[in-house]
Ligand binder design. Structure first.
Ligand code: AMP
Ligand code: MG
Length: 344
């Protein structure tokens, strides 16, 4: 089916969201915005509809989807129980960019959770996403909008070529606010384990008096048979075809020196750097990541999608401190660079 576009603000274009909701109800798949990245959504209670998402993305069937909801009744319909710590997280961070893993009820088809007894659930804050769920009156299973392995879609222009014709309806509301996917957490023995870092940080949760553990695989390479708490950790993700190198130092001068040394040792290098550092790099090919962590988070997937068009021999990417939102950025960058990383 041919896609329809809608570049919309919610109140001007409520009819487009209504139309998209009817597509969800009919078992079709819809590309829609959230505050983190765009998603490809389907009725989370309809196994056939959910299969269409896996097919459109070329996603491995052992990689579970996140279910998006718009109210607490939906949560109660989907999960066995809501613990005290989960309740605290919900009260403080929902609606917002936090996915919580719960024990699932029978009504969730197996393909949504890739056969796991648990399900990841999130209540997005993006008003179009919430309206879509509300009008469909259904929980919506939605992974990031991209062909598997590619960077997640943060604006329609970046993903239209790879997804046009593969989805039934497109809601376009411009650039996603946050730009990296949600934080994914699971509570085990009264501790919150971060399975994927995002905008809601370890520090945000610690401020509430919660014990937080960061899973080591967030920054490390997984061996093929390693047991992981979150299947997504195992997958190759975000990497451009061009070879990429991630470089970080706490010391700004040393960071710039090291990147210039790497530029000298190679030919035809593209650098992705912070706005204030760009002029210090001795190459003509440069892309501006922005200056604040918020800017970098917003821009990073669009930039990673651009790098191959430079036909460079090497892409050098400036790292950031692995703190706060910086951990989420570094988790995506280290995967984009396939663990080709120098820290000084
Ligand atoms: P995506 O929707 O592409 O952002 O990916 C969602 C990610 O959430 C998956 O790759 C998993 O790593 C994680 N996830 C979803 N459901 C579960 C679950 N039940 N247990 C652990 N991790 C999950
Ligand atoms: Mg994804």
């Amino acid at each position: 089916m041919k896609s329809k576009y809608a570049d919309l603000k919610l109140n001007e274009n409520i009819n487009k969201v209504e139309e998209a909701a009817t597509y969800i109800k009919k078992g079709k798949i819809v590309l829609f915005p959230t505050e983190t990245v765009y998603g490809i959504g389907a009725n989370a209670l309809d196994e056939n509809a959910v299969n269409k998402i896996f097919k459109a993305k070329g996603r491995a069937s052992d990689n579970p989807l996140i279910v998006h909801i718009c109210n607490m009744q939906m949560l109660k319909n989907l999960v066995q129980d809501i613990g005290k710590i989960e309740e605290k997280l919900i009260n403080n961070f929902w609606p917002g960019p936090l996915t919580i893993i719960f024990n699932k009820k029978e009504c969730i088809p197996n393909n949504v959770t890739a056969g796991l007894e648990t399900v990841g659930i999130r209540m997005p804050s993006n008003e179009i996403a919430r309206k879509l769920i509300e009008l469909a009156k259904l929980p919506i299973a939605a992974p990031s909008a991209n062909i598997s392995g590619k960077p997640s879609g943060t604006k329609i222009e970046d993903i239209i070529e790879e997804l046009d014709g593969k989805v039934d309806y497109i809601l376009d509301s411009g650039m996603a606010d946050i730009g990296v996917e949600s934080t994914v957490v699971r509570v085990v023995d009264n501790k919150v384990h971060i399975l994927r870092p995002g905008k809601i940080t370890k520090e945000d949760m610690q401020k509430l008096g919660i014990d937080v553990v960061i899973e080591k695989q967030i920054m490390e390479e997984c061996s093929p048979n390693e047991k992981v708490m979150s299947p997504g950790m195992k997958y190759r993700h975000y990497a451009p075809n061009t070879k990429c190198l991630l470089v970080y130092s706490d010391n700004e001068k040393e960071l710039i020196e090291e990147i210039n040394k790497q530029i000298k040792n190679s030919s035809n290098v593209l650098v992705l750097g912070r706005t204030n550092h760009l002029e210090k790099y001795n190459t003509n090919n440069k892309l501006d990541m922005g200056e604040s962590l918020e800017d970098i988070s917003k821009n990073i997937f669009t930039l990673l999608r651009k790098v191959d068009s430079y036909n460079a021999n090497l892409v050098i990417i400036e790292g950031v401190k692995k703190e706060g939102l910086g951990l989420a950025i570094m988790n995506r960058l280290i995967r984009a660079c396939e663990h080709n990383y120098i820290e000084i």
